[in-house]
Design a protein around this ligand. Structure first.
Ligand SMILES: *[C@@H]1O[C@H](CO)[C@@H](O)[C@H](O)[C@H]1NC(C)=O
Ligand SMILES: *[C@@H]1O[C@H](CO)[C@@H](O)[C@H](O)[C@H]1NC(C)=O
Ligand SMILES: *[C@@H]1O[C@H](CO)[C@@H](O)[C@H](O)[C@H]1NC(C)=O
Ligand SMILES: *[C@@H]1O[C@H](CO)[C@@H](O)[C@H](O)[C@H]1NC(C)=O
Length: 775
């Protein structure tokens, strides 16, 4: 989102006019922004007549209120409610509302609905999502969402924010080159589903338990199979993702399904790309069929900005703009980020391409969402969150949670004996080197807001030891490394910390990578500094996507490697906490790290998850890929060690099929997941987990399963994960409930869920347990 399609940029002559309008608008809007009260409808205090309207009655049913409101609008007025900068109807007491706000990992200034001012100069900036996901802590995911929605409501109350936030991003991080992988929870559908639904609940759920009303409205995006931004001349505005039904149903769709069904999300955003030849925002099967029909979305479907313009102007999917408008609305779309529907819907109606009743359906979904948010309930200060204000933004608790989230996410990838943690008593001097060692904005990634404050890695480390600092490269691109000064400080310090990696100039929206090496001469700098260092060498990689750091893994002089994602406003403090052992690292990689050779072999545009032996295509993610990796999904070390013992798990699960079932007389490879025979077919897996080390720490227990190899099933997939905290030399019991038809099933070639018959191997760490599923 955010960027207009490329052909609009060509219209240079209009640009200066636009600029003038923008400047004028800016002057006007800064005047307006002097207001510090929220935007809301049904202000009965200043207009008592409004109290007679059913739509203004908070006690009436949402359905009735919406019906009443839509019945009072003209066609032109209705069309004004189909776009993100929604219209106003003063005779009905409805002010303008801006739908577009963002809150990916903190309240963001991206999107015109939210901004900062002297009243609220910043908001808590949590780590970029890929790092938070690495914590594998579902409680944390929801806790962050809850803080973000509190800060968002506080900002709404002083006229600085909207109520509708287009976050989270639940696309699967399928290819390490994707510039937006940083925004996602990684490559695994289960982790992504758990992250998405928990973050949505954190944003939306109210403290009074009222399920119908919303604290703020979240939005799961970008629906669907969207994960190519701009790679070797292919861009998202033109890309047609060719996806098999099988990959669709067991990889790309599950996070969206979980958002709607488990998270009860108020919105889904359709993407720019096509899926199998149809723009997602014009596909009635994907929108009306799946999201609204099968999953029963309670909320609105919105376009990316502006997907309709993109499928008309860039993809030439329809002959006329009116057809494009009609196709989107008829597919089930409710709101257009952009202005396409404002411009072309009336003519589409006049041409008979779409009926007014379809527009009614769309705006009813939009209004219903605003009603659930209290927008039509009059004065917000009288409502549940009406007392929140600037004091609730950037509170010390909220900022502490940002630091805690970064600590919980940081992944220790390599740790030679005697390296980490550094002892504050023996390490008196620290050489801090690298283009990311003293960065601020780099730490908050994209879809960011102005943070409360920053602690850079250098500041975090300097608080704990005497430091010397040399950047070593002019910026992360590091076209020429300056090694001499860096070597000098490394040679005399007790330990060396190199903070390297990427930033938005390397991987970003509209910027996919071509190679996955550390940029420029970073490798040269690292190797030379490591060789010259007196003490342990800690390589810190700040990045969204994985890097080919095989050279560092193999180099004995580099004694530790940490991956810190983009760790948010308190990232530097969290890095220092981990390096000096004030926090025991417990993060695990949410995505695999490949060698550079992977990118030479695989075009980013090949969406297939499964390997193809005929072409040598190796498949994608730990679920299917069999080739070499530098690090893989779930990797991550601790300063402690943990062992697992299986306490309880069945050896046999039998399927209660009817006597007449075809699989009773002939041999079947798998059985359909039919509700009847699946009901209550579940079992428990209990594990005893012991911290055998000297330091207390968090530990994530992963339960994987390798199903029998039928239907091109994954070689391995995650059934569940549970994070526990264990004091040294103590143990805990971890319980998983495995639902046979939900968790042990695989999707077949046609997209149907099947339980494979035969041996399923459950894995936890090195532990393996064979389970026979039979009839
Ligand atoms: C509301 O409606 C009632 C009955 O129609 C009318 O008597 C009253 O004046 C109206 N109130 C306002 C504030 O318009
Ligand atoms: C519009 O409504 C009329 C009458 O119900 C119906 O016959 C027609 O097919 C509808 N047109 C579209 C494009 O839905
Ligand atoms: C490491 O340093 C030594 C001298 O201290 C030098 O002889 C050697 O070539 C260096 N190795 C590398 C890989 O730079
Ligand atoms: C998960 O996160 C929550 C919230 O920060 C925290 O209280 C809890 O201790 C974490 N769990 C583990 C096992 O680290």
């Amino acid at each position: 989102m955010t960027f207009p399609p490329s052909q609009n940029r060509a219209k240079q002559s209009n640009y200066s006019v636009l600029l003038c309008i923008h400047i004028l608008f800016f002057i006007l809007s800064t005047r307006v922004s002097a207001q510090s009260s929220p935007v809301f409808a049904c202000d009965v205090k200043s207009n008592p007549g409004l109290s007679n309207f059913t739509f203004c009655n908070p006690a009436a049913e949402v359905g009735k209120r919406v019906e009443d409101l839509v019945g009072r609008l003209t066609l032109q007025e209705k069309i004004g409610f189909l776009v993100n900068s929604a219209g106003s109807v003063s005779r009905l007491g409805i002010p303008k509302y801006e739908w577009w706000s963002e809150a990916l990992h903190g309240v963001s200034y991206v999107g015109p609905g939210t901004r900062f001012s002297s009243l609220v100069p910043g908001a808590t900036s949590f780590p970029q999502v890929i790092l938070t996901a690495a914590s594998f802590n579902v409680t944390l995911f929801q806790a962050i969402g809850k803080v973000v929605s509190t800060e968002a409501r506080a900002m709404y109350n002083v006229g600085l924010a909207g109520l509708t936030f287009w976050s989270p991003n639940v696309n699967i991080f399928r290819d390490p080159r994707w510039g937006r992988g940083q925004e996602t929870p990684g490559e695994d559908p289960l982790l992504t589903s758990k992250y998405g639904s928990a973050y949505v609940r954190g944003l939306q759920d109210r403290d009074d338990g009222d399920k119908e009303r919303l604290k703020v409205a979240a939005c799961c995006k970008h629906y669907t199979a969207y994960d190519v931004d701009a790679w070797k001349g292919v861009d998202r505005y033109h890309f047609n993702a060719v996806v098999t039904q099988q990959d669709m149903d067991d990889t790309f769709q599950p996070p969206f399904k979980s958002c709607v069904i488990d998270g009860n999300v108020a919105s889904v955003m359709c993407s720019y790309n096509q899926v199998n030849g149809k723009p997602t925002c014009a596909d009635p099967d994907l929108l009306a069929g799946v999201i609204r029909g099968q999953w029963k979305l309670n909320g609105y479907i919105v376009t990316d900005c502006d997907s309709i313009d993109v499928f008309y102007n860039s993809q030439h999917y329809t002959k006329t703009p009116e057809e494009a408008a009609a196709k989107a609305l008829l597919a089930g779309l409710d709101l257009n980020c952009g202005s396409f529907l404002a411009k072309h819907t009336e003519d589409a109606v006049k041409a008979g391409l779409v009926n007014e009743s379809v527009i009614d359906r769309a705006i009813k979904n939009n209004f219903a969402t605003l009603m659930r948010l209290g927008f039509f309930d009059g004065d917000p200060s009288k409502q549940l969150y009406g007392k929140l204000g600037p004091k609730d933004v950037c509170s010390s608790e909220n900022q502490e949670l940002a630091r805690e989230a970064a600590r919980q996410g940081i992944v220790l990838l390599k740790n030679s004996k005697g390296s980490l943690p550094l002892s504050p008593t023996t390490i008196k001097t620290l050489a801090v080197i690298g283009p990311n060692a003293d960065v601020t904005k780099t730490m908050i990634g994209n879809y960011e807001g102005t943070p409360c404050k920053y602690t850079t890695p250098l500041q975090g480390l300097t608080a704990l030891a005497a430091t010397t600092y040399v950047p070593g490269c002019g910026n992360v691109a590091c076209s020429s490394a300056q090694v001499d000064d860096a070597k000098k400080i490394a040679a005399s310090a007790d330990a060396t910390v190199l903070v390297m990696g990427a930033d938005q100039s390397i991987e970003a929206e509209s910027r996919d990578r071509i190679d996955i090496f550390l940029p420029g001469q970073q490798q040269l700098l690292i190797t030379q500094v490591a060789n010259a260092s007196k003490g342990p060498v800690i390589l810190v990689i700040m990045s969204g996507g994985g890097m080919d750091v095989q050279f560092a893994k193999d180099n004995d002089k580099i004694t530790s490697i940490l991956w810190v994602g983009y760790p948010g406003e308190a990232g530097g403090a969290a890095i220092a906490d981990v390096i000096f052992g004030f926090f025991n690292p417990s993060g695990r990689l949410p995505m695999s790290w490949y060698p550079q050779s992977y990118t030479d072999k695989i075009p980013m545009t090949n969406m297939n998850m499964r390997p193809d032996p005929a072409t040598g295509y190796p498949g994608r993610t730990y679920r299917f890929y069999k080739g070499p990796t530098v690090y893989t999904f779930g990797d991550g070390l601790s300063y402690s060690s943990y062992n697992h013992k299986l306490v309880q798990a069945p050896k046999l699960v039998s399927f209660p099929l009817e006597e007449t079932h075809v699989c009773r007389s002939s041999k079947c490879k798998s059985v359909d997941v039919v509700e009847e025979s699946c009901q209550n077919l579940a079992f428990d897996v209990h594990l005893r987990v012991k911290n055998t080390g000297k330091m207390g720490g968090g530990h994530t227990v992963f339960l994987f399963s390798s199903p029998p190899s039928v239907h091109n099933a994954p070689q391995k997939h995650l059934l569940g994960f549970e994070k526990v905290f264990l004091e040294p030399q103590t143990e805990g019991l971890v319980r998983f409930k495995v639902d046979v038809c939900k968790d042990l099933s695989v999707v077949d070639e046609l997209g149907s869920r099947k339980v494979a018959l035969g041996q399923h191997v459950l894995h936890v760490g090195n532990l393996k347990h064979t389970l026979n599923v039979w009839i």
